[in-house]
Ligand binder design. Structure first.
Ligand SMILES: [Zn+2]
Length: 252
């Protein structure tokens, strides 16, 4: 390797983390688009976020919605979620208010986010203490035909609650939680529900979250256990193969 090559590689390696970081921060909702860079919001860590579920969200809808939120929260070791019933009492902090808009019939009428505190000039980051998720009445009651709908909805809107922006894909299957295209199809007569596969946090989602949150990675001990399990599976397989061979030999 000559000197020029070496320098180029060193530069590429040292620039890579910068690019990754820039991309990750860019996917948090930009609080002040007019200012250069991204001024973002996120919850401080560690935080317990209380999620207040309205009485109108029940049964399978509620279960799937909470499962979607848990699929994201379970990857954030410093963020704990607690589900509560009803409306947040006055004076509550660190909460998400889930509301149902019963008069809205469009199943696509849902959204989530956070209540932004004023963004002081000269600051690039502000902590979130209050989030919200709004669900239209038309989004409810589809869990029997589209069980993944409320689950994808919970995961995606909780992503917004955490400060993430939408991250639309350019082609192919939906792979990322923050891809806003899920569960809805325009049939030309109004939007209808579709049962997309459930999508949990992807590598890309995690990379974005990691600019403000600690992300779970499998412990080394988990890998050792997993590989031990794999080796023993191989041994069992080999054993079964040799047994079968012995058996077929016997039968001949
Ligand atoms: Zn979205």
């Amino acid at each position: 390797m000559d000197d020029a090559q070496f320098t180029l590689r060193t530069l590429l390696i040292s620039f890579l983390p910068l690019f990754m970081n820039a991309q990750a921060t860019a996917n948090f909702i930009d609080a002040v688009p007019a200012r250069p860079g991204t001024q973002s919001y996120s919850w401080s860590e560690p935080t317990t976020i209380m999620i207040f579920i309205p009485s109108g969200l029940t049964g399978a809808d509620r279960m799937n919605f909470e499962m979607g939120i848990n699929s994201v929260a379970s990857m954030l070791p410093k963020i704990t979620v607690q589900f509560k019933n009803g409306e947040p009492p006055a004076g509550t902090t660190n909460y998400v208010d889930v509301d149902i808009k019963p008069m809205e019939t469009d199943p696509g009428g849902f959204g989530g986010g956070f209540v932004p505190d004023p963004f002081p000039s000269g600051m690039d980051h502000v902590n979130i203490t209050e989030g919200f998720i709004e669900i239209s009445g038309g989004s409810l009651g589809h869990s029997a035909v589209a069980p993944t709908f409320m689950k994808n909805l919970g995961a995606h809107e909780f992503g917004h609650v955490l400060g993430l922006d939408d991250d639309p894909r350019s082609s192919g299957m939906r792979m990322n939680v923050m891809d806003p295209d899920f569960n809805l199809i325009d049939d030309g007569m109004g939007t209808v529900i579709r049962a997309d596969p459930f999508v949990g946090l992807s590598k890309r989602d995690k990379m974005m979250l990691s600019s403000h949150y600690m992300i779970s990675v499998p412990e080394p001990s988990t890998w050792i256990l997993a590989s031990l399990g794999f080796v023993s599976l191989l041994l069992v397989n080999r054993k079964q193969i040799s047994c079968r061979r012995a058996l077929s030999t016997d039968q001949m």
